[in-house]
Design a protein. Structure first.
Length: 188
């Protein structure tokens, strides 16, 4: 499983349920990496998408405890074990976690490759991504040259998790606050 994220220098990713920066090249990179793939997101990320609709030409999976979420055209998993069960049907190299912060945090141990757009700027943020550059289990695989768009410098980084865990090992929700006793998922 992979993830894709754009972070600022403080690893901020969003504010007010919106991205911190609009960088066309980053959005093109996101589309290139996720087109015709499986994307996993939380309900807030789903609701922040244009028209709160699934992204086209992708299998959209929403991880949420909200059992009443109306997400037509997406698969809804109400627990980590339910998500793990759904993801067994897909090639792990084709799965991309796309946010938000709590979903990144919950699934990070199961991610093999993280594609990080590192933005050389900071803005006030409410949502953050873990600083994997400081984690021993994450190793830098690749780094692009620096690009500039609308005065904002950024680069594309790829990290590998050398201590990746298998989703098949999940038996119960990781979040101890979760009250979902049995794996549940549905096609919305």
């Amino acid at each position: 499983m992979n993830l894709i994220v754009a972070v600022d220098q403080n690893y901020g990713i969003g504010s007010g349920n919106e991205l911190l920066y609009y960088i066309p090249e980053d959005l093109k990179f996101f589309k290139f990496k996720t087109l015709n793939k499986v994307i996993v997101m939380g309900s807030k990320t789903f609701l922040s998408l244009p028209d709160s609709a699934p992204l086209k030409n992708r299998t959209n999976i929403i991880l949420t405890q909200n059992e009443n979420l109306n997400a037509k055209g997406a698969i809804v998993a109400n627990s980590i074990p339910a998500l793990a069960e759904v993801l067994k049907s897909y090639n792990s190299d084709d799965i991309f976690v796309i946010g938000g912060a709590s979903v990144y945090t919950e699934l990070l141990p199961f991610v093999k490759t993280a594609y990080v757009t590192k933005i050389e700027a900071t803005r006030p943020a409410e949502s953050f991504f873990p600083d994997i550059e400081k984690e021993e289990s994450w190793k830098l695989l690749d780094s692009s040259k620096k690009y500039v768009s609308s005065g904002i410098s950024f680069s594309f980084l790829a990290f590998e998790n050398i201590a990746v865990k298998s989703l098949n090992d999940i038996k119960k929700p990781l979040n101890t606050k979760s009250k979902v006793p049995e794996p549940q998922c549905r096609q919305a």
